[in-house]
Design a protein. Structure first.
Length: 376
């Protein structure tokens, strides 16, 4: 197959992290933009991106991008795109998308026009008047931002944050892609000793273990493009074999989680087993107030409860104060804490050595990083 242009949407704040990961995978044409990464490669690279990406939300085939301020312009431009390179005459191709700050703001109308344009294109190519759409699903996704239309085909199916291990979660789970991004920014190594004193369903611990062992996050799941006729099955077998070969079993990594809720601890252990990293993850019931700082070098990454979601703001602030007292600075002690609270540092009691703006869903957060050995 010829070079495939791809789009990898990601959470705001993780564009650079995602772009660097694609470069490590072997992509050479990588461009980070707001909320997405542009890249290109052959069918093997498309499969590799789906199986290995820790930070992207999806891998989409970039069919075309153009300006449109009228439905006639939208229809004509979409009809020019070579959908027959992927979609067969029996395949299904539902259309979904969004529009923001654009003259074409009616989503149902845009869906209808794009669908009709693709149908007309395929009618001409296949010389048929009707499409049963009983075959594999090629989900068409569009975005319209400031009158710029991007039309894509989804190759992932379910979002890439759905690794396959977290079938259940606690009340306010951290998205897997965000947890992985935090781990990457904190730098996970094969000998990292990681702690999370408020581990919830264990997402941070598990993503760190996957990273430390080089285990691809998509090994446990399937992808929509595995049913695409244009992508040979051998491509997926080759890329899964490659991913398996990259797993390292000789690591000294360990992740220790604590949570006040016994159900959360049980869920962490269950999820770690489903992810295949139970050897590297342990968890036990404990209150934050009883957390003891390890004597040796360690890394702590945590997602404390948000006032907006689980507790009222005052209770969240009390947790931040307790953390500030417990998480003392010192050589070899590194703390990475995500919070949406604008005055987190005030309640924690220390100014962060570094901050990084990240989004947990629609909630704007800061990743507060403490890694210097002194209080200053």
């Amino acid at each position: 197959m010829n070079e495939i242009k791809m789009v990898a949407p990601c959470l705001f704040g993780l564009e650079g992290v995602a772009a660097a990961e694609f470069q490590r995978m072997g992509f050479s044409d990588v461009v980070a933009e707001n909320g997405r990464v542009l890249l290109s490669g052959d069918a093997n690279m498309l499969a590799r991106a789906n199986i290995n990406s820790r930070f992207a939300e999806r891998i989409l085939i970039h069919m075309g991008e153009f300006k449109a301020t009228a439905f006639t312009e939208l229809f004509d431009a979409v009809r020019q795109l070579p959908f027959e390179e992927y979609i067969g005459k029996e395949d299904a191709f539902p259309v979904t998308g969004w529009s923001l700050h654009s003259q074409l703001h009616s989503i149902p109308d845009c869906q209808s026009i794009i669908k009709k344009a693709i149908v007309e294109r395929l009618k001409q190519r296949y010389a048929v008047s009707w499409f049963e759409e009983t075959g594999p699903v090629y989900r068409i996704r569009f975005s319209i931002l400031k009158d710029t239309v991007t039309v894509m085909i989804d190759t992932s199916g379910e979002g890439l944050h759905k690794r396959g291990y977290r079938r259940n979660a606690n009340d306010a789970p951290l998205k897997e892609t965000l947890a992985a991004g935090m781990c990457d920014l904190a730098r996970i190594f094969p000998d990292t000793q990681l702690y999370d004193p408020m581990c919830g369903s264990g997402t941070i611990l598990i993503e760190a273990a996957l990273m430390a062992t080089g285990r691809a996050p998509g090994l446990l799941r399937s992808f929509a493009a595995e049913r695409f006729s244009a992508i040979p099955q051998k491509v997926w077998r080759e890329e899964r074999t490659r991913a398996q070969d990259l797993i390292s079993h000789a690591v000294d990594f360990h992740a220790q989680g604590f949570d006040i809720d016994p159900a959360a601890v049980a869920l962490t252990l269950k999820n770690a087993k489903l992810a295949g990293v139970e050897k590297y993850v342990s968890a036990s019931v404990a209150d934050l107030a009883d957390f003891q700082i390890p004597q040796d070098r360690f890394l702590l990454i945590t997602n404390p409860p948000y006032g907006e979601r689980l507790l009222d703001v005052r209770q969240a602030e009390q947790i931040y104060q307790t953390m500030g007292l417990k998480f003392s600075p010192g050589a070899g002690k590194k703390y990475f804490i995500i919070s949406p609270h604008d005055e987190f540092e005030k309640h924690f009691g220390r100014t962060a050595d570094k901050r990084r703006k990240l989004y947990n869903g629609m909630i704007k957060c800061q990743l507060y990083m403490y890694f210097r050995g002194n209080v200053g």
